[in-house]
Ligand binder design. Structure first.
Ligand SMILES: [Zn+2]
Length: 389
């Protein structure tokens, strides 16, 4: 059976760029199905509908906010103020992964999750879901260099308070009937125009081959399924899950969680972007788009212990993954017990992230091997937990 690196080569080089909801993403799902079948497992495919772009909701929102400027100056001052606050509310909901009116206007497509169940040797006492996404992102200007990424992050961080400030000025202008209050609003308007431009540009760029993000994670889910087939855990049932549409707002993970509410509070381990040169096995204590989503404290403690006991693996904890999200976000929101692996370098950089250079040749097999060894140790420790329970 192929190793993680061999799966990663197949996904990134043979199938290639796997944009969310595209035929290539479907081909990657079919590859997962074939891999599970070859292991004698019964793969299950669950289709769902997803947005086709992560950027479009923000393009619509910032475009709408910019439109409120002429509305304000043409005399629709209350309409402009109200419209702006409604759009701000929608953006906040989008950042919190909540359904909102912006999603009505975003193009939709079909995608699918694939999973297979690996039974333990003994009776089932707990359940672990190993999750890796199959789809790949576009290659926007915002991710083209560290400098561009810093500019993009600054604009996004200032964008929301800027819009709130603009709304405040419009409100005063509407209440006093004095249109001059709209003039300082042109400043945050520039900020919103920049975000609008970036969001439009992003959707015009090609998809990346996604070797590191996330052929490594999805490949590791498949390779671990094979190892668990040979060496099952004692009391822990493992679900090997390859999701679609992570890159456009974790739609696949959200669809999976909705469909499997009956699982209670399973352990949900996310494997995402695990082969960047110079990175170690890195697990998140928290991820934050708008609201902080914390990893499970017990799983964090286990991971910390393994990191201490196995210094040869070079693993470390990352305090807070900001301005981005993983499949762990909807799981944490649903109250599932999450631990997410994202191999950030110690300086916080995610190598080749959403860049054309995210190809197989730039994945470090040694980092992948150490991460896989760490995740294997973690699975053993989780299984021991069930033993003691
Ligand atoms: Zn990813």
């Amino acid at each position: 059976m192929p190793s993680t690196m061999e799966h990663a080569a197949h996904l990134s080089a043979i199938i290639g760029p796997r944009g969310s909801t595209t035929d290539r993403e479907r081909e990657a799902a079919e590859y997962a199905v074939q891999t599970f079948r070859a292991l004698g497992l019964e793969p299950r495919v669950e289709p769902f509908v997803s947005a086709t772009s992560a950027w479009r909701p923000f393009a619509i929102a910032t475009g709408g906010m910019l439109l409120m400027i002429p509305v304000f100056f043409l005399g629709g001052r209350w309409i402009a103020a109200l419209g702006l606050f409604l759009l701000i509310l929608c953006v906040a909901m989008e950042l919190a992964f909540a359904p909102n009116p912006l999603r009505w206007f975003v193009p939709k497509g079909r995608s699918q999750n694939v999973y297979a169940v690996l039974p333990p040797a003994g009776p089932v006492r707990q359940r672990v879901i190993l999750c890796g996404h199959l789809d790949t992102h576009r290659t926007p200007w915002a991710f083209s260099s560290l400098r561009a990424l810093a500019i993009y992050r600054a604009l996004v961080t200032l964008g929301l308070p800027g819009a709130v400030g603009m709304g405040g000025l419009f409100l005063i202008g509407a209440a006093t009937g004095n249109p001059n209050w709209g003039l300082p609003a042109l400043l945050p308007g520039l900020l919103l125009a920049a975000v609008f431009g970036m969001a439009i540009q992003a959707d015009l760029t090609p998809y990346t081959h996604g070797a590191n993000d996330n052929a490594t994670g999805a490949g590791m889910v498949l390779a671990l399924a094979e190892r668990l087939r040979r060496e099952p855990l004692q009391h822990t049932e493992v679900w090997a899950l390859c999701t679609g549409c992570e890159e456009v707002g974790a739609y696949g993970a959200a669809a999976f969680i909705r469909r499997h509410r009956d699982l209670g509070r399973p352990i949900f381990i996310v494997l995402d972007t695990l082969g960047g040169p110079g990175s170690g096995p890195c697990y998140l204590a928290q991820e934050t788009m708008l609201l902080p989503l914390r990893s499970d404290p017990e799983l964090l403690t286990l991971a910390d212990r393994i990191a201490r006991e196995r210094p040869d693996l070079g693993a470390y904890r990352w305090p807070n993954f900001r301005g981005a999200y993983t499949d762990g976000a909807p799981a944490a929101r649903a109250g599932w017990r999450v631990l997410t692996f994202v191999n950030l370098r110690p300086d916080g950089v995610l190598p080749h992230w959403h860049q054309p250079s995210d190809v197989y040749e730039n994945v470090d097999p040694e980092v992948v091997a150490r991460t896989e060894a760490f995740v294997w140790e973690l699975l053993q420790a989780i299984d021991d937990m069930a033993e003691r329970a």
